[in-house]
Design a protein around this ligand. Sequence first.
Ligand SMILES: [Zn+2]
Length: 319
Amino acid sequence: MIRISLLALGICHFLAPDSFGYGASGHEAIGRVAEFYLKGSRAETEVRALLKGNEDLARAATWADRVKIPDKYLANEMKEFVANNPLHHEFHYCDVPFQEKAYRDGLVGTNDHDLIHTMRACIKVLQSPDDAADNPLKISKRVAFMLLTHYIGDLHQPLHVGSSYVDENDKFVNPRTGAKGLPDAGGNFFRITAKSTLHAYWDTMTVKLARDKAGEKDFTAYLVENFPVKPEWNATGDINTWPEQWATGTLLLAPQCFEGLTLGKRFLVPKDEKHEEHYEWPATLAEGYKEKARDIVEQELAKSGYRLAALLKAIWPEK
Ligand SMILES: [Zn+2]
């Protein structure tokens, strides 16, 4: 597989390995919603055969983040995945300018191992008659399933698909138009507080706010009941095109992450063990931003759980 240097393109979350998708709580919720929609299907049986005795979809949905800990703590299955895929931290996102209206291969912020390409690779492994066929990630069907269960959640976090680029006047620009802008690394370079970033806000704070809104009610039941399936949640055509179709849907939400966001004066952050030298910006959120973000994310959690089930049912249709 050809690896394009993200550093050369200047668009790199891999400098910011602190992007963890929806956090364990969000990914687990997506797994549970998918379990709800899988009930009684052939796909449910096939999934059960891939899981170990003590695992469920909620557990499966965090596998791709759990492999990020130091190698010495990993089980052999995870060690092998990491050894074969040293860039696996980059599989969780793409950085398409939020002004774009659709994901497509070759756009600024995409590459051959971004979230969409990696999901396609996982789908192919699950569709193929054996593990060896067309398998650049060198993964088993079980690992392909674990990854897909996680990545579908990332695909529904707007800052895992859309990104901003900031010019010298601290204004958002689209580099595809020729304007020069520095990457925000999916919001990782925007500081909401000294310790928290815009990316982390969308990963975890929004999920916490949604859980608080659900109150005492079981969160899966809350999501399923309050967000019934909409016709537009269903993708069309070959399932290998579904990740791209869904990325486009998420990209259309991404502008809302940047509306109501005010950037302060940039400051230079020196190179450390995680990041190359780069600029960051203090960022403040307008009144009402919190509720807007929460309401987007709770729908995204419900939608991605439904879509995970739909994808698995398409891979293993009823006989
Ligand atoms: Zn992730």
